[in-house]
Design a protein around this ligand. Structure first.
Ligand code: NAD
Ligand code: DAU
Length: 344
């Protein structure tokens, strides 16, 4: 059982990070969070508005690849644990421009590992993805021993980071753990990913672009279940281990899109089949039995309930969508706080 109480969360202004920070502040009253985020297009303080004044949350704007800054933050805040969410996370963007994926996902992670080792940080959790395993056919599941076989520049960069995390454990004896989760959905997801994009476009009566024939399969998990899994692994996972996290909710993309249209009472004629994603992985599915047997974790939110809650959240938070999608908030933030961020 790890007992880190001063935790550096990186990427805590992005989708999963903001959900995790909220959950941690609510559930762990003696944990202090330092939140380091570069505020790329995907990170928004608008998503953390109610946390910025929290006495146990400190926001620092900065790049995980900046070694001086990372070392300073770890030292200054006496960090004893790190959970690395920060990444370029969108597969389509990695196909268009892979360089920044290597810089942040590989170079940034290496920089964090080196700084953590130097400072004697007690535990390092790498938030990874099931995409490092590549693609499944119609049958089977990814287990923790499935060989890594990433197919996109995004997943290749995440696999590179996983190898570095393993190497720091094996070579230097660092206490590291890795989580590999399937597709998340829920509040605060940037509207470039399938579910929020389809909700946004359906609400505007715009065509919904389904890649190929829509038969690709993803295993959907509500973000709150992923966040609980990350904390379980951080608190109780065995050093050097990998844990697969999944939602037991396989759906084709077409099923997901039709569900969204039905819940919004919009016609299926909005569906527009478009050119397929290059190198599009056919199917992801997770065997999460290690999480259940070793850490007692199982997903709690059924897809039908989670997707309703998610749609309700987007319906109630149209201002957030408009703000993050327009980039206006970024400009507002820079005018208010300059480029160094609110806290440092
Ligand atoms: P996101 O794109 O919504 O958020 C990423 C955050 O990282 C943003 O706030 C961004 O500003 C920040 N960031 C990017 N580059 C940075 C840098 N160089 N320095 C500091 N901060 C930087 O991503 P997400 O969906 O919240 O994913 C978080 C993590 O979880 C990623 O590592 C991703 O690979 C992993 N993951 C995501 C999913 C999913 O379905 N979304 C599933 C499994 C794993
Ligand atoms: O599996 C975990 C991964 O899930 C995470 O590591 C990634 O960070 C996250 O982005 C997600 O990757 P995907 O590529 O699976 O997610 P995305 O939402 O981009 O696409 C989901 C599926 O929907 C995929 O098969 C492609 C398809 N799609 C996506 C978009 C954006 C469409 O058909 N149309 C679209 O417009």
């Amino acid at each position: 059982m790890q007992d880190c109480r001063r935790i550096l969360i990186t990427g805590g202004a992005g989708f999963i990070g903001v959900n995790f920070v909220r959950q941690l502040l609510a559930d762990e009253p003696d944990v202090t969070v330092v939140n380091l985020d570069a505020l790329t297009y995907a990170g928004n303080l608008a998503s953390l508005a109610d946390c910025l004044q929290h006495p146990r949350h400190r926001f620092v704007r900065g790049n995980i690849g900046n070694s001086e800054l990372v070392r300073h933050v770890i030292r200054e805040h006496k960090i004893d644990g790190i959970i690395n969410f920060a990444a370029e996370s969108h597969v389509d963007r990695s196909i268009a421009a892979p360089g920044v994926f290597v810089d942040t996902n590989v170079g940034g992670t290496l920089n964090l590992l080196a700084a953590a080792r130097e400072a004697g940080v007690r535990r390092f959790l790498q938030v990874s993805t099931d995409e490092v395993y590549g693609s499944l056919g119609a049958e089977g599941f990814f287990t923790e021993t499935t060989p890594l076989s990433p197919n996109s520049p995004y997943s290749a960069s995440k696999a590179g980071a996983d190898h570095l995390v393993h190497a720091f454990h094996h070579t230097f004896g660092m206490d590291t753990v890795i989580t590999r989760c399937s597709n998340n959905y829920g509040a605060y997801q940037f509207p470039e990913k399938l579910i929020p994009l389809m909700i946004k476009r359906a609400l505007a009566d715009e065509p919904l672009p389904v890649y190929g024939d829509g038969s690709n399969v993803r295993d959907w998990i509500h973000v709150s279940d992923h966040c609980r899994a990350i904390w379980a692994v951080f608190a109780k996972g065995a050093p050097g281990e990998v844990y697969n996290v999944g939602g037991n909710s396989e759906r084709t993309n077409l099923q997901v899109v039709k569900t969204i249209l039905a819940l919004l009472d919009k016609p299926e004629s909005l569906i527009s089949f478009v050119k397929d994603r290059l190198g599009h992985d056919l199917r992801y599915a997770i065997d999460a039995s290690k999480m259940k047997e070793e850490l007692g974790w199982t997903p709690q939110v059924p897809f039908d309930e989670g997707i309703r809650r998610t749609i309700d959240w987007y319906l109630a938070n149209g201002d957030w969508v408009a703000q993050v999608a327009s980039g206006e908030y970024q400009k507002y933030f820079e005018e208010m706080y300059g480029t160094r961020g609110a806290a440092e």
